[in-house]
Design a protein around this ligand. Structure first.
Ligand code: SF4
Ligand code: SF4
Length: 381
């Protein structure tokens, strides 16, 4: 069996749904697009991941000859609705680059070990434009929502590539759009109009991007009030433009077996618990499920505060009052916003009480803005 066949069979054997291979070359079209839209992608271009470095792949790995790319279908089991309105499916499925002690982190490790056993040198820590790589390798196509779609699966897929120093047999690109003529369901459904034209997303307007605004990733954690209001109850990721897509309906409507782990998590996962997080909740519920992107608990708390504000239920005022005593000013500031959004006399009183003792200028600003816009009707207490 050829080296290529051995690699492809092994990938399918360990659970990847598709595998393709391309020569290890630069990605000028990717660099050109990022550079053209630097007003929207400035955060990424400057990030420590060095995305523009792929313009000179050979400087990252001088021996690079081939890129092996894979599709993992992460929607093989069901997702509890209690979680789906809060957390994107890829995170629920623990598929987004988890540590190697988890099954979806072990799979790429198995792949690397196998490739090394076959005598390949395997590149480490090189960030690739995965959607472009997969399309060039003929294993996915594009939707107008910018997601990659794999034939027979849809867009609930995770792409992972491996760079090796061996020449292999290469696949033909697909690079086509899969959308039915006239469909724009994703663009219409996007609450923030982040998809501003087919195949173009403005990340700073995307809810998923905003849930991930953290100091270490993007060097900023401020979510614009206009976006906060549109985040609904999402605390990590957003699947709306994939949920409405006709190409995903077959999967979404099929009766999938339960993921017993998620069923267990969903039983005791609530926004108020995320907001007023105990060490135990963080270690047993947040970390094992959401180990990616967001590393510090204060960002989950921020997102939960926004989500509770958007629910508008006065029953959450006591939870937000506790959050106003949180040692993190980020949490206090967003709790103040949420109290303003919920409104009513008790929310207003919590804001007034905290304004007098607050020491952070940014939190005081949030409190003052909340008090300036808060609605108090006679029925509310
Ligand atoms: S992930 Fe959500 S916010 Fe982002 S483009 Fe899709 S629907 Fe819009
Ligand atoms: S919703 Fe329609 S336009 Fe958007 S990605 Fe799906 S098929 Fe394409």
């Amino acid at each position: 069996m050829s080296l290529t066949s051995q690699i492809k069979e092994y990938a399918l054997n360990i659970g990847y749904s598709k595998i393709g291979i391309i020569p290890a070359e630069d990605f000028p079209e990717y660099i050109e697009d990022l550079t053209k839209r630097s007003d929207m992608y400035g955060f990424y271009v400057k990030s420590p991941n060095r995305p523009l470095a792929v313009a000179d792949l050979k400087s990252l790995m001088p021996t690079a000859k081939s890129i092996i790319t894979t599709v993992y279908d992460y929607a093989q089991k069901g997702f509890p609705k209690e979680l789906t309105n809060k957390i994107g499916r890829v995170y629920q499925a623990r598929s987004y680059d988890p540590p190697s002690e988890y099954i979806n982190g072990a799979r790429p490790e198995l792949m690397r070990t196998f490739l090394r056993k076959l005598g390949c040198e395997v590149g480490e820590n090189i960030i690739l434009p995965e959607r472009l790589v997969a399309a060039k390798a003929g294993i996915t196509n594009y939707g107008r929502n910018s997601f990659a779609y794999a034939e027979g699966i849809g867009s609930f897929i995770y792409l992972k590539s491996f760079i090796v120093d061996k020449e292999l047999e290469y696949d033909n690109p697909t690079m086509k759009e899969v959308c039915p003529e006239g469909c724009s369901a994703c663009m219409k459904a996007c609450p923030t109009k982040a998809i501003y034209e087919p195949h173009k997303i403005n990340p700073p307007r995307c809810i998923a991007f905003n849930t991930f605004l953290t100091q270490e990733r993007i060097a900023g954690s401020y979510i614009q009030p206009e976006i906060r209001e549109k985040m609904g109850t999402k605390i990590q990721g957003c699947d709306i433009c994939q949920e409405v897509c006709p190409l995903n309906q077959e999967r979404l409507k099929s009766k999938l077996p339960d993921d017993e782990y998620l069923v267990k998590v969903a039983r005791d996962f609530s926004l108020s618990q995320v907001l007023n997080m105990t060490d135990n909740f963080y270690e047993t519920r947040v970390q094992p499920l959401l180990f990616n992107y967001i590393k510090e608990r204060k960002y989950f708390q921020r997102n939960a505060a926004i989500a509770l504000g958007n629910q508008g239920d006065p029953a959450f005022v006591p939870n937000l009052a506790i959050a106003m005593d949180d040692p993190e000013e980020l949490v206090r500031g967003y709790a103040a916003w949420a109290l303003g959004k919920i409104g009513g006399r008790s929310a207003s009183q919590v804001l007034v009480d905290n304004l007098s003792k607050e020491t952070s200028e940014s939190v005081k600003t949030e409190i003052r803005q909340a008090l300036a816009t808060i609605k108090i009707s006679d029925e509310q207490n």
